[in-house]
Ligand binder design. Sequence first.
Ligand code: ZN
Ligand code: ZN
Length: 248
Amino acid sequence: MSRTKVVPIPVLGRHAVNAYLLLGRRPVIVDAGTPGSGRRIHDRITAHGVDPADVSLIVLTHGHIDHFGSAAELHRLTGAPVAGHIADLGPYRTGRVREPYLPTGPMGRLMDRNSKLHVQAEPVEPGILIGGETSLEDFGIAGRIMPTPGHTAGSVSVLTDDGDLVAGDLVANSFMGLIPGRPANPPFHDDPRQNLTSLRAMLALGPTALHVGHGTALEPDRVRRWAEREHDRLSRLESAGRLTGRTR
Ligand SMILES: [Zn+2]
Ligand SMILES: [Zn+2]
C-alpha cells in the first residue's frame, strides 16, 4: 500500500485558513480557499513538486466560502474534477453560503459581522457528487471520503489508510489557529450536536492526526478530551433550552 503524505497549503496567514495537498500515487487537493486564492494554491502545490495537470481530484469539505471560494478557478487551473457532497450543492451552484451563519460562541458572533463571509464566490458544479463513503483509490490515494455532517449538512472529511484525517471544520484550533494545537469549535456550526456525533465517529476510527481548515494539526487524544467537555457543554445548553441548530 502506498503511503499518503498530507501537506498543509496555507491560504491565509500561516495557518488561519488551510487547503491540503495529498501526495499518493497521484496528488489530490482538499479544499479551495477563499475567493481569489486559486493561483496561490496552484503556485504552492507547484512549489511542492506537483505538476498541476497531474492533480486527479479537488475535494471540497463543505459549502463555506473559505473552503470552496476558489474551486472553479482551481478547476480551470488544474483541469481536475471537483467532488462535493450533494447536501451542500446549493452553496456550490449559487456561490452563496446558506445563511444565516449559526455562531458557536462569541467568536462566531463577532465574525458574522465580517463582510468577507457574506460575499459571493464563483459558482462551481461538482463533477463528482458524494452521497456516501467514497474510495479515493481511483484517484491515486489510499483513503476515502467520509460524510461528516453537522458543521454543514454536506460536510465531508478525508481519511487516509495511514490514519490522517483531513477534517475541514469538524473541529478547529482556538481563535481560528491563533492558539495552535488547542481544539475548539470553528465559529459556526449548522448543527452542533450532529457535528459532535460525526467527530466522535471519526475519532472512533483511530486517526493518527486531525488536519483542520483553521489551525495546525491536532492530536486525537487532545480532541477526544475536548469532545467530552463539548458533549457536557451542549447537554447543559440543551437542558436550558438554549441549543440552537438549523432545522431545515
Ligand atoms: Zn465552515
Ligand atoms: Zn472554515
